[in-house]
Design a protein around this ligand. Structure first.
Ligand code: F6R
Length: 369
């Protein structure tokens, strides 16, 4: 069942190129026009949507954070991301012009179900991005975009996360097409970039031994920090969550720009810090800013573990470890940059002799509020 892997989590990390490829499959014609056939919300309604609210919990909410960057950039629609359990209890502003996107692997997370119901009561249209066919969230939503990650057995989510991000990109491109934010050739180009991702993810998975060796050497660390910026920020949060869940190590993710506003006080000699470095080929100055963050923490003794693109030599002087990812358009980078963090958490938990597939106190689907 585990396909020759020691744990389901290892298997599911290796399943990720396929999960992304399958989620993309059959969704777009060769002419670049997107077909999301599970879309049962009228196109006229989607053209007038003036706000998107993504509701989800845990890892699925981090997929929503990534979606916000992509959808706002591509579609110029404001996107909010909210934890489902917070959304419902704060009297959120939603209307008939709000598209609520509920993201869930299981489709059975009670907090998310209740938020879906609340949104529909307020007149919003709900689109579900779920992995489990026929699940409650799929049934109760106005439209469904299934992720095709296959069954996820390990309690901590991996391949479902990548598939959720992929589905969010498809939704963003679909809306951009429908609302005229992008020309057909731009959509075709974006889709080509997306279709190139499974092979890039595979390359990161193939380099797992380096990450594993570093993880084994860190099994007695009491705390690990994660820094990221732009789409690297939710990746940092996800890396920290994986480490808490699997290895029971205190871990925190921060937006790199926030460092000087507080978290840098935590950095002392030997503090391990993962830094997710944006592409040096990106349009803005974010790469240089994150490099200077690495310099700042290293000057204070941090042990820097840097996730950086192939060919990014600027990180070399300040990195104690470099985990390479293939060159990727900025918005798509989470699909590759999160993979070393998943491998790290799983390998560290294994080195501690823990049950990677079934961490203590956690359930695969949380069916109580
Ligand atoms: C983390 C994890 C959880 C789930 C969350 C939502 O590894 O698995 O944070 O992402 O409980 O679950 P779903 O996606 O089933 O709604």
């Amino acid at each position: 069942v585990k396909g020759g892997f020691a744990t389901f989590m290892d298997k599911e990390i290796h399943d990720q190129p396929q999960a992304v490829a399958d989620t993309l499959l059959g969704r777009a014609g060769t002419d670049g026009r997107l077909q999301l056939d599970e879309m049962r919300i009228r196109e006229s309604v989607l053209r007038t949507v003036d706000k998107i609210v993504v509701i989800a919990c845990g890892t699925a909410a981090y997929a929503g954070h990534v979606a916000k960057y992509a959808i706002e950039h591509w579609c110029r629609i404001p996107v909010e991301v909210e934890l489902a359990h917070e959304f419902r209890y704060r009297d959120p502003v939603v209307s008939e012009k709000t598209l609520v996107v509920a993201v869930s692997q299981s489709g059975e997370t009670m907090d998310t179900i209740m938020a879906v119901r609340h949104a529909r009561e307020q007149g919003a249209k709900v689109l579900a991005i779920v992995n489990t066919h026929g699940s409650t969230i799929a049934r109760e939503s106005d439209a469904v975009l299934y992720t095709h990650a296959g069954p996820e057995i390990a309690v901590a989510s991996t391949k479902a996360f990548l598939a959720q991000i992929t589905a969010c990109y498809l939704l963003g491109l679909y809306l951009a097409q429908l609302r005229g934010n992008k020309f057909a050739d731009e959509i075709a180009e974006d889709l080509a970039q997306l279709r190139a991702m499974p092979e890039k993810i595979q390359r990161v998975v193939d380099n797992e031994e380096h990450v594993r060796a570093v993880a084994r050497s860190m099994k007695d660390e009491p705390t690990v920090l994660f820094l990221g910026r732009h789409v690297g920020f939710p990746v940092a949060l996800e890396g920290a969550l994986k480490l808490k869940e699997l290895a029971y190590i205190h871990a925190e993710g921060f937006a790199a720009g926030e460092l000087k506003h507080g978290p840098i006080a935590l950095v002392e000699e030997g503090q391990p810090v993962f830094v997710i470095v944006p592409s040096p080929r990106g349009r803005d100055a974010l790469h240089a800013k994150v490099i200077s963050n690495i310099q700042e923490i290293r000057a204070r003794g941090a042990h820097t573990m840097v996730i950086a693109e192939d060919g990014d030599e600027a990180v070399v002087p300040y990195a104690d470890e470099i985990f390479r990812i293939p060159q990727t358009p900025t918005l798509l980078a989470p699909l590759v940059s999160v993979v070393p963090l998943q491998i790290f958490a799983a390998a560290l938990a294994t080195a501690k002799g823990l049950d990677v597939d079934q961490p203590r106190n956690l359930a695969k689907s949380v069916t109580v509020e």
